[in-house]
Design a protein around this ligand. Structure first.
Ligand SMILES: *[C@@H]1O[C@H](CO)[C@@H](O)[C@H](O)[C@H]1NC(C)=O
Length: 340
């Protein structure tokens, strides 16, 4: 059987393949592997060996059978995580007893744009021109409003096969832009599942001869950007009196707003303009059912007095390990509480 190893980089995936003697379903039973990190810009200097550490397994929807996809993270030969390994610190935060006790749930809405391969212009858009203005495309059907559904559906199906907790898909406000949702997933698994789903999307679009872009504002002007809205809930937020816990958590996020923004994706300033259903990047606003907020609380949560909130700031190209663990760190541990 084959094994495809996925290594997450900042905004890309590095893929290695390996053949094993038989089926494996537990990452700790997989061998560590290595590659030459100087070829991927992940190592410099004399010793460029990078060690791959298997962390999570999904079924391989392309090779099927006993074949698997494996999320790995990367270490230097001395055992130190290499700088692009963002999973290491996330696993450390999610392994903290206070965070574990809160069983943090995440639901992530991954937006992305499909581009024509040779022009990098959205699919369905006339070359050198624009489609009609936004309005009729969101969740639309019909050849004049919906572009790329076969790709999106194939991705949805492949994620379900892989065992990813994918909740759904829909067409977005900008034509050629789509979204899929992952979750609710607990702790580090949200990051593992989102990276696996992104990898599968790269493979499906490769087959279709289309390019997937995670740029937060692929087309400047009157076109919506692409985000990765992140829903979040802890055990205390889901229990009686949870709304008070939610409000305190939002205050903590406000206090660290610029630190979060710095970690929420490259180019996010082109998206968070205060227009097109976003809040301005330099301002923190929260509100109930407010799409122009940085953080939004749903009417259901307000009504029931417990539930979850949505951090609307993350860009589509964010690293889910960074975003999910940072939300947990800020809201559960603050800075002072985190033991090193
Ligand atoms: C996030 O919450 C919103 C409501 O605020 C809901 O409509 C959406 O389906 C949720 N998405 C995920 C991925 O959990």
């Amino acid at each position: 059987m084959f094994l495809t190893l996925l290594v997450t980089l900042f905004d890309a995936l590095d893929i290695h393949n390996q053949t094993l003697p038989g089926p494996v379903d537990d990452p700790s039973k997989l061998p560590k592997w290595n590659f030459d990190g100087s070829s991927t810009g992940q190592a410099t200097g004399d010793d460029s060996e990078v060690i791959l550490c298997p962390q999570a397994i999904f079924k391989d929807p392309f090779r099927r059978g006993n074949n698997i996809l494996v999320i790995c993270d990367c270490y230097a030969p001395n055992g130190e995580p290499i700088p692009s390994n963002k999973r290491y610190n996330a696993a450390r935060i999610f392994g903290h007893p206070d965070v574990k006790a809160e069983e943090p749930w995440y639901g992530i809405e991954q937006e992305y744009t499909l581009l024509q391969k040779d022009t990098n212009w959205p699919i369905g858009w006339p070359l050198g021109g624009y489609p009609g203005p936004q309005g009729p495309y969101y969740c639309a059907a019909g050849a004049e409003k919906s572009y790329g559904r076969d790709i999106v559906d194939a991705h949805y199906k492949a994620c379900l096969y892989a065992g990813i907790n994918i909740g759904g898909i829909n067409a977005e406000v900008m034509p050629g832009q789509w979204e899929f949702q992952v979750g609710p997933s607990v702790g580090i698994s949200a990051g593992d599942e989102l990276w696996a789903a992104r990898y599968i999307l790269e493979r499906i679009t490769e087959i279709a001869g289309v390019v997937v872009s995670f740029d937060p504002k692929p087309i400047p002007g009157e076109w919506n950007g692409a985000g990765a809205h992140t829903n979040y809930s802890t055990k205390s937020m889901r229990s009686e009196g949870g709304y008070e816990v939610i409000k305190k958590a939002i205050q903590k996020l406000e206090a660290r707003h610029m630190e979060h923004i710095a970690a929420y994706g490259e180019g996010n300033e082109r998206r968070l303009t205060g227009r097109h259903e976003t809040a301005d990047i330099n301002t923190f606003v929260w509100g109930v059912a407010n799409r122009g907020a940085s953080v939004r609380v749903g009417r259901d949560t307000e009504k029931e007095g417990k539930g979850y909130f949505e951090d609307r700031r993350p860009a589509s190209n964010m690293d889910p390990y960074v975003v999910t663990s940072m939300i947990a760190e800020t809201t559960i541990l603050c800075k002072a509480g985190l033991s090193n």
